[in-house]
Design a protein around this ligand. Structure first.
Ligand code: AMP
Length: 218
């Protein structure tokens, strides 16, 4: 099963993708996490992409698509994958469709997590991430049990350098210009399920699982 979680930065895609992937036994592949890990390790890829992340711009499609296709070819992705933060442009979406078609596979469902813009801004400014395992927290909606510490692995929590007000503004602009057109792209393919991303976390998760089950039974 190949599933895409689509939505603006701060929509809660990462949090829900992590929970749903674990429940359904799917791999959770987040291109933002992969880039941040490469930057932290100082790899060749990390050096190439760090300025894009810092400025809230998209990494070029060729670099992103290559990294993503290599990642989803790994053995842990065999049972299926939730893609979080990919695709983000029409070119990436078309490249993914083609690569999957070459393997005789297809995207089964696209979950569009819809959240109002003022709520996105509020969430991004209170977001904390685990430095070790990337688990996301929110000081308002989903705080860790112990302040500054990851519930999952005990790692240190930090605020992403691209969650500053200026970079957040840029990332939202990029989202509306480059990524939002994908909503129509997948709607036309009959794969889009829109899920309200506000309200309590468990309820959002239940709506997502229901939308995925519907896809399986189609
Ligand atoms: P995210 O963690 O999904 O908010 O991504 C953080 C940053 O990584 C973005 O602002 C981009 O610079 C880069 N990035 C992540 N995914 C993609 C993608 N699919 N295409 C291009 N750049 C990406």
């Amino acid at each position: 099963m190949y599933v895409i979680f689509l939505g603006a930065p701060g929509a809660g895609k990462g949090t829900q993708a992590g929970i749903v992937a674990q429940k359904l036994g799917l791999a959770h592949v987040a291109t933002g996490d992969l880039f941040r890990q490469a930057v932290a390790k100082g790899t060749e890829l990390g050096l190439k992409v760090q300025s894009y992340l810092k400025e809230g711009k998209l990494v070029p499609d060729d670099v992103t698509v290559k990294m993503l296709l290599e990642r989803i070819a790994a053995p842990d992705c065999r049972a299926g994958v939730i893609l979080d933060g990919f695709p983000r442009t029409l070119e990436q979406a078309r490249a993914l469709d083609k690569a999957l078609a070459d393997l005789g596979k297809t995207i089964d469902r696209v979950i569009y997590v819809n959240v109002a813009e003022d709520e996105l801004l509020r969430r991004l400014s209170s977001r904390w991430i685990c430095r070790a395992c990337q688990a996301p927290y929110n000081a308002v909606n989903s705080p860790p049990a112990v302040k500054g510490k990851c519930d999952r692995c005990g790692g240190e929590l930090y605020q992403r350098p691209d969650d500053t007000p200026e970079t957040v503004k840029k990332r939202l602009q990029v989202y509306f210009a480059e990524t939002a057109p994908l909503i129509d792209y997948y709607k036309r393919q009959g794969k889009l399920a829109e899920v309200a991303g506000e309200g309590d976390m468990a309820g959002i998760g239940q709506r997502i699982i229901a939308a995925l089950k519907e896809a399986v039974h189609r």
